[in-house]
Design a protein around this ligand. Structure first.
Ligand code: ATP
Ligand code: MG
Length: 353
């Protein structure tokens, strides 16, 4: 193989690769390396591309006889990508002007996923700990101070029941999140009428709506609202959104729901059916809006906890909508209320006239 063939092969790789000679001079940079570090690398010292001392030490070790070496480096700059640098020795008798091959692999997403996993475990443990300590506290009181006090016993049993129910809800939500994640890549194929899905979500929340004196009004749809979807999952989406509207709106505030066709939705290639759930609440400050669908994210943690919330509702909504290739649009005005709009692709592309 000649050097031209080598260049063709190295350019076909998506990962940056540099060849260096015994003086640590770059003798060849593939296309991905040029994209990462800029043009004109050949002939210059490797330090012009990679300034990180750990990576340079690895290269020096290999140039001084070691077979291979690795280093993890973080790039400066806004993205702060992390790369794994692998250096492998090339013997002199290969006939190419290089003594080491330096490959870089972007491992930022792997580290990010690890971080997310450990944050998730930390969050779940934290969320379970508070009801659990309330339960242990209750047991201790029943065994001790409240042993001969029937009124106190009833009070503590009541608290314990609530806390146990909270743990149950958390576990239900976690299971539901994981089952939605498992199915996320499988496109749903049932024909679903969104009006009846919304109606069944409303029916399930009727008691809550009456108890909180917040009526739910569904306007008759102005379009054929059939989409390809999963009936149960979409019911869960509207259940979560209407539940939030009831929980986080003002006393006597009305929850309005409309269903309409939208021909242009950012990020969607075809017309959509939009279901908008509007509440008359305090609204959500703008800086919180982009983070609402993160797991366990709450604007006001104690308010959400008081309402029995786990902070997973909108994370579940987001995953279900991803599976349906849909979008969630959140609009909120302080002191007026919020509108959460679910956009789902229409069954067929709209006819162009
Ligand atoms: N309609 C709304 N008005 C005001 N704030 C809202 C509204 N919907 C959601 N939020 C805010 O977003 C947070 C996250 O909502 P999400 O539904 O994910 O969790 P939750 O309601 O706290 O708990 P869960 O839904 O798991 O019971 C809420 O805690 C609340 O602070
Ligand atoms: Mg919720």
């Amino acid at each position: 193989m000649n050097e031209e063939d080598l260049v063709v092969i190295l350019n076909a790789l998506t990962e940056p690769v540099l060849l260096v000679n015994s003086d640590r001079q770059i003798t060849l940079a593939n296309r991905a390396a040029t994209e990462l570090f800029g043009e004109g690398l050949e002939g210059r010292n490797l330090v012009h591309a990679i300034r990180h001392p750990d990576a340079l030490d690895s290269v020096d070790e290999v140039l001084h006889g070691k077979a291979d070496s690795e280093a993890i480096i973080s790039m400066a700059g806004p993205l702060r990508e992390t790369y794994k640098v692998s250096v492998i020795r090339l013997d002199d008798d290969r006939g190419i002007d290089a003594n080491a091959i330096v490959g870089l692999r972007d491992i930022s997403h792997v580290l990010e996923a690890e971080q997310m996993r450990s944050d998730f475990v930390a969050n779940v443990s934290h969320e379970l700990r508070s009801p659990l300590s309330a339960l242990s506290g209750g047991i201790e009181t029943l065994q001790g101070a409240a042993r001969n006090d029937p009124d106190a016993q009833l009070r503590f049993l009541d608290i314990m029941e609530r806390e146990a129910a909270r743990m149950n809800r958390l576990i239900d939500d976690l299971l539901s999140l994981s089952s939605v994640e498992v199915n996320e890549r499988i496109r749903p194929s049932e024909r679903v009428n969104l009006e009846s899905v919304v109606e069944s979500a409303i029916a399930a929340l009727e008691t809550q709506s009456k108890a909180s004196k917040k009526p739910i009004r569904l306007q008759p749809p102005d379009c054929d609202c059939t989409v390809l979807g999963d009936n149960d999952e979409l019911t869960q989406v509207f259940h979560n959104l209407i539940d939030n509207a009831l929980k986080y709106s003002r006393e006597n505030g009305e929850v309005g729901i409309s269903i309409s066709q939208r021909d242009r939705v950012t990020g969607m290639s075809r017309s959509a059916i939009a279901v908008a759930v509007t509440d008359q609440g305090d609204g959500i400050p703008a800086e919180h809006v982009p983070r609402l669908t993160e797991r366990f994210y709450r604007v006001d943690t104690s308010r959400s906890r008081d309402q029995g919330g786990t902070g997973l509702g909108l994370a579940i909504v987001k995953h279900i909508l991803n599976r349906h290739r849909g979008k969630l649009i959140v609009e909120s005005e302080s002191g007026v209320g919020s509108t959460f709009t679910v956009c789902l692709p229409m069954e067929k592309p709209a006819q162009k006239t």
